[in-house]
Design a protein around this ligand. Structure first.
Ligand code: C2E
Ligand code: CA
Ligand code: CA
Length: 765
């Protein structure tokens, strides 16, 4: 009996050992592992049956019930099914009197094992020794009970009792070992996963509670340059850069011990000695007693990210051309200066510098030279200021120097600022050598002083800018300080802006027409000049509002309203012979021409009004065309294609060059009134007008003179070849109705009928 038990125990142990090998061998291949497991369990049963002692009754007693029920419990239906089929098949083949009880034992064991598995999965019973023992007892009792159903003489308590004693214990033994195998294989898999996870792109470092390095991964070696052998057993502080002080590390440890975690940016040192920034996350690992057993540190080298951040920061806050701080950064610094100034009561000065005539330098020598000049100006400013000053570039040719920590007394601070401004002047006034050129340039300067935060940083910069404009207007080498009068001007301007907005809504801007005549003295059309019919202030000339409207971005709307009225007027005039052939010239601001949808808007307006595009002329100034020549040419060509005509206003005051005049689809040059005013005495003006007329002749353009006030001027202009005229001599700008009356009065008598109808409908448009 003992020998038999040892035999069976050895068999079960071999089964376990083979099962372990089998699971390890197949790894994650579940079906194959189950199939071979089933075969293993099945063969074990077969061998068990072979080895069993067969009493005369024909019954074979062995451990098959234990093997099969445990195969079902731990392996599931497939394993138990294969094993059961194998064992059952063999038992059937053996035959004999105990065949059916034997097969019944096989089937029942499988079913009971599966039932146990089902209940266990539902979480209702465990697979601990006691559960297994009870299961073993129940199974055996049930089996023994079943045997009594079969009419076999030798089935009695003599055989049942030992089985009832041994089999449950065998169940516990086998169940415990199989459970252990499953746990062990699972642990091995987990370890495998952990080891793979350990080799990530993140550098990982494991230390003991005393920061002694126990393990590192490959990424750690790649980041730090240390191989595992070089660091294992050493203190983690071997990596420290020396950049962080004791307080930093104390705070880190404090948080680690309080929360078990710490993360942040740390500067460490590579093996090569190079310092580098890394993002470090440290987690404490606790043992079951709650004591720290390990620290795991994950590190990401953020050198590149930091560099990218720095690049973005630089782009956002520094001007690309000169490398100087831009407006955003200046605003920040001004804000900072206002805060500290408020505390210390000292004055800060903002010097706004604008390069005189920069636009002409650009136009004359090209953007390349312009850019170089700006770089040199920036360089000289950098050299001339002190380290505590800020130099910024705000726009094309506008720079700001901020000088902090001036005197506490206003007058003294102003004198200090003025002295510093003069230093800058002399630094910037010297000629600039650019390529082969020597460029002379000066700057206009406006200053604002402050020692509090009563205004915003933006307002302070605006004050300095306003003072600069005043300085520019006053002539060169003048410094202007922002004062209360200027402040008042700012407020007035803001109020005016609001008023213009309201006026636009209320359609208070109306066209006045100033006649344009040909050589024969016949009115051929008029220039549309905007007037503001102000409800309180009466009729206002453009001098009051155009500039402010331009600065506030409202002039486009005024222009569009004038264009609309001009188009409808032209269309209306087509009905009468006296007006049918008249043209209207409308002033256009630069902003409108460059607006993306301007061409479409104008063409739509012409189509809707029914005006003939050939009778519409647009007056542009030279300087506005220079802003973006290619765009201006493209827009003008497109409009020209539809018949719209173009005139260059204030001609002779800009920097027109033949090269660009030829590229523009022009029809007319308009001699600026400043030249006409000086006639007939001024030789200079005479020469200029002569040159303009000659130029227009060679380019086959019309010439019109504006501001003609006297007959002498008229005669002289005619003599020089000018064919068209406009000025007070022929008529001041007048309301549309008055213009039409004047026109009809100069026509023949039968036009009187027309006059009446024209007048009646004049207000309609
Ligand atoms: P501009 O286009 O050069 O218009 C000619 C200006 O000279 C007009 O002034 C006109 O009244 C004035 N003028 C005409 N003949 C004589 C003369 O014989 N002697 C003198 N001393 N002056 C004469 P106004 O109407 O005050 O317009 C001033 C400026 O306002 C215009 O100069 C133009 O640049 C601008 N402007 C007028 N209306 C509009 C408009 O609808 N849109 C835009 N963007 N600007 C406009
Ligand atoms: Ca004009
Ligand atoms: Ca003009």
């Amino acid at each position: 009996m003992i020998f038999h038990l040892v035999e069976n125990a050895t068999l079960l142990l071999s089964l376990c050992w083979l099962q372990l090998l089998n699971t390890r061998f197949w790894g994650n291949n579940d079906s194959a592992a189950k199939l071979t497991s089933g075969l293993l369990f099945g063969f074990t049963c077969v061998i068990g049956i072979m080895m069993a002692r067969e009493p005369e009754s024909g019954l074979i007693f062995d451990a098959r019930s234990v093997v099969l029920s445990m195969a079902a419990l731990f392996g599931g239906p497939l394993v138990a099914g294969v094993a059961g089929l194998l064992a059952g098949g063999y038992r059937l083949w053996l035959g004999g009197a105990g065949m059916w009880p034997g097969v019944a034992e096989i089937v029942l064991s499988v079913l009971l094992g599966l039932a146990y598995r089902y209940v266990h999965r539902g979480g209702k019973v465990g697979t601990g020794p006691w559960s297994l023992l009870i299961f073993g007892l129940l199974t055996r009792t049930l089996l023994e009970g079943t045997f009594f159903l079969f009419p076999l003489a030798s089935v009695d308590f003599k055989t049942s009792v030992p089985m009832l004693l041994v089999m449950p214990l065998a169940t516990v033994g086998l169940g415990w070992m199989l459970g252990d195998i499953i746990r062990r294989v699972r642990d091995e898999r987990d370890l495998n996963i952990a080891a793979t996870a350990f080799e990530t792109r993140q550098g990982l470092l494991v230390t003991d509670p005393n920061s002694r390095i126990l393990r590192v991964n490959q990424a750690f070696s790649a980041i730090t340059g240390y191989s595992p052998d070089e660091v294992i057993g050493k203190q983690a502080s071997l990596l420290s850069s020396g950049r962080h002080n004791a307080v930093f590390y104390q705070a880190m440890w404090r948080q680690l011990s309080a929360t078990g975690r710490w993360q942040g940016e740390v500067w460490n040192r590579r093996k090569s000695g190079e310092l580098y920034p890394e993002w470090l996350s440290i987690s404490a690992v606790h043992d079951p007693r709650g004591q720290v057993s390990h620290y795991v540190a994950a590190m990401d080298d953020i050198t590149e990210r930091k560099a990218a951040e720095a690049r973005i920061q630089h782009l956002a806050f520094f001007d690309a051309l000169t490398g100087l701080p831009n407006r955003s950064l200046l605003l920040d610094r001004v804000q900072h200066a206002m805060n500290t100034g408020t505390r210390s009561n000292t004055y800060t000065a903002l010097l706004f510098l604008d390069v005189d005539g920069f636009k002409s330098i650009n136009d004359l020598h090209g953007h390349h030279i312009g850019d170089q000049l700006l770089r040199l100006v920036a360089e000289r400013l950098g050299d001339a200021v002190r380290s505590s000053d800020t130099v910024a570039r705000l726009g094309a040719d506008a720079f700001v120097v901020m000088i902090e920590d001036l005197d506490r007394e206003h007058q003294h601070a102003a004198t200090q600022a003025e002295l510093r401004a003069k230093e800058l002047w002399s630094a910037l006034g010297k000629p600039y050598r650019i390529d082969e050129l020597t460029v002379h340039s000066s700057v206009s300067m406006g200053v604002t002083l402050f020692s509090d935060d009563a205004s915003t940083a933006g307002e302070r910069i605006q004050q300095a800018e306003m003072a600069m404009y005043q300085a520019k207007a006053a002539g060169r080498r003048v410094i202007r300080f922002f004062d209360s009068a200027m402040q008042e001007a700012v407020s007035t301007r803001l109020l005016l802006e609001e008023d213009i907005r309201r006026g636009l809504q209320a359609e208070e801007f109306i066209p006045y027409l100033q006649p344009q005549l040909n050589e024969a003295g016949r009115v051929i059309g008029a220039e549309v000049l905007a007037r503001w019919q102000h409800p309180q202030r009466g009729l206002l000339a453009p001098g009051v509002f155009i500039e402010v409207a331009e600065q506030a971005g409202l002039v486009e709307q005024i222009d569009l309203q004038m264009l609309r009225r001009a188009c409808y007027r032209l269309s209306w005039w087509r009905q009468w012979p006296a007006t049918a052939s008249l043209g209207l010239a409308v002033n256009l601001s630069a902003r409108l021409l460059y607006q993306a949808d301007f061409v479409d808007t104008l063409l739509r307006l012409l189509a809707r009004s029914g005006a003939d595009p050939h009778q519409l002329k647009l007056e542009l100034t030279e300087t506005m065309l220079l802003d973006d020549m290619p765009a201006a040419i493209a827009r003008m060509r497109e409009l020209k294609g539809h018949g719209i005509r173009f005139s260059i206003d204030d001609f002779g005051t800009g920097y027109s060059s033949l090269a660009y005049l030829q590229k523009l689809p022009l029809d007319q040059l308009k001699i600026d009134q400043s030249f006409v005013r000086e006639l007939p005495e001024d030789g200079n003006s005479l020469a200029i007008i002569n040159a303009i007329c000659a130029l227009a002749g060679s380019l086959q353009l019309e010439v019109i003179a504006e501001g003609v006030e006297t007959e002498a001027q008229h005669r002289q202009l005619r003599d020089m070849g000018c064919r068209y005229f406009q000025g007070y001599l022929f008529g001041r700008p007048m309301p549309v109705g008055e213009f039409e009356r004047l026109l009809v009065a100069t026509e023949s008598d039968n036009a009187v009928v027309e006059t009446i109808s024209l007048e009646r409908d004049a207000e309609a448009c």
